[in-house]
Structure formats: structure tokens, C-alpha cells
Design a protein around this ligand. Structure first.
Ligand code: 5GP
Length: 194
């Protein structure tokens, strides 16, 4: 059976990755979502095991030590990582799966999963990003500053990705993301041909 495809979505904090994925999953069910582990505090409304596996640092580093994460990184002063078992099991079943992770994590995935497809979500501008972070209201002043500073650095990384989408209008962005996933799942793997 053909393996599923691994998709990686990255982009600066506040660009709308969560919104876009939530909208995609409303009527597109051909891809699974990988729930990350994190040491960050849950925000109001976030659900354990659905948005993230919220862990203590001790629990998180137990996963690291046991080699149970595909990748992990310190992002904006918290730890985040992708549990390995679910991703590998899904790919083995021939199902596609998408990870929403930062650029450090994407770099590790690039090394270990060379066939993965990398998609970068950009804001229309940095000013727009600042406004979106402001509107979301989930970060305190210091945290917002860290996230904006990191955004400038992260945006330089876009050249290492296979696709870039500018998240201006939600519906258009979701269409583009869906199109990329569909096109990639139709791609012929030439090396498998012999
Ligand atoms: P937030 O705290 O806003 O949910 O996420 C902050 C950042 O952590 C985002 O850039 C998000 O893509 C990244 N992130 C979420 N899960 C993971 C993960 O499993 N691994 C890595 N490396 N980054 C993650």
C-alpha cells in the first residue's frame, strides 16, 4: 500500500494557521491533523488532547528522552513537539497528515521525512500581523513582543518551503491549501516507478 503524505504548515504567530486549518477541516476530511504536545498553558477554550496535549516540562522531556517525538523545539519560551506514534501510524495506513509546527521543527522534519511537503503561511504585511495578534488578545505585552520579533526572523525562512500562501482572505487561503494537498496526493512518485 502507498504511504500517506506528510504536510507541514508553518508561519509566524498570529498569521491564522489555526483558523485556516479549522476552516479546512469543516468540509475536507481527506487529511488527518497531528495534535502537538506543549508545555504552554492552555488558553481559554482550548481542550486537552484536541488543541494540544498540555504537559508539564517533566512529562514533555520524558517524551524527548524516549524518542517519542518526531521533532521538538522551544518556541516563544515554551516547548512544543510532534508525537511520533500517531504520525507514523497514519502514514503507514496510507492516510495523509498535516503538522502545524514552527520553522525549527520543520527543519527537523525535513531531515527525517525528505518526502514531506512544506507550506508557509505569510501575513499580507507585518503591520497586519501585529493587528491580528492584538485582536486575538491571547498574549500579554511581553509575549506579543517576543512573537513579533520571532515573526521577522521566521519570514526569512520561507525560501526553504515548497509553497507560500499569503493569508489575506480566509476562503481564498483555504482554497489554496486544499488545492496543494489534493495536487500533492495525485503526484507520481517517479522513484517508485522501477
Ligand atoms: P501557539 O502557542 O500560538 O499555539 O503556537 C506557537 C507556535 O508553536 C506556532 O508557531 C506553532 O506553529 C508552533 N507549534 C505548535 N505545535 C508545534 C510542534 O509540535 N512543534 C513545533 N516545533 N512547533 C509547534
Amino acid at each position: 500500500m502507498q504511504q500517506g503524505k506528510l504536510f507541514v504548515l508553518s508561519g509566524p504567530s498570529g498569521v491564522g494557521k489555526g483558523t485556516i486549518l479549522a476552516r479546512l477541516f469543516v468540509d475536507f476530511h481527506d487529511i488527518e491533523y497531528s495534535v502537538s504536545a506543549t508545555t504552554r498553558q492552555a488558553r481559554a477554550g482550548e481542550v486537552q488532547g484536541e488543541n494540544y496535549y498540555f504537559l508539564s516540562e517533566e512529562e514533555f522531556f520524558q517524551l524527548v528522552e524516549n524518542d517519542q517525538l518526531i521533532e521538538w523545539a522551544n518556541v516563544h519560551n515554551n516547548y512544543y513537539g510532534t508525537p511520533k506514534e500517531y504520525v507514523d501510524k497514519t502514514l503507514k495506513k496510507g492516510q495523509d497528515i498535516i503538522l502545524e509546527i514552527d520553522i525549527q521543527g520543520a527543519k527537523q522534519v525535513r531531515e527525517n521525512y525528505p518526502d514531506a511537503v512544506f507550506i508557509f503561511l505569510l501575513p499580507p504585511s507585518l503591520q497586519e500581523l501585529e493587528q491580528r495578534l492584538e485582536q486575538r488578545g491571547s498574549e500579554d505585552k511581553r509575549n506579543k513582543k517576543i512573537r513579533l520579533r520571532n515573526a521577522r526572523e521566521e519570514m526569512h525562512e520561507k525560501q526553504k518551503y515548497d509553497y507560500v500562501i499569503i493569508n489575506d482572505r480566509i476562503e481564498e487561503t483555504v482554497d489554496q491549501l486544499r488545492s496543494i494537498i489534493i495536487a500533492e496526493s495525485c503526484r507520481i512518485d517517479k522513484e517508485d516507478d522501477n
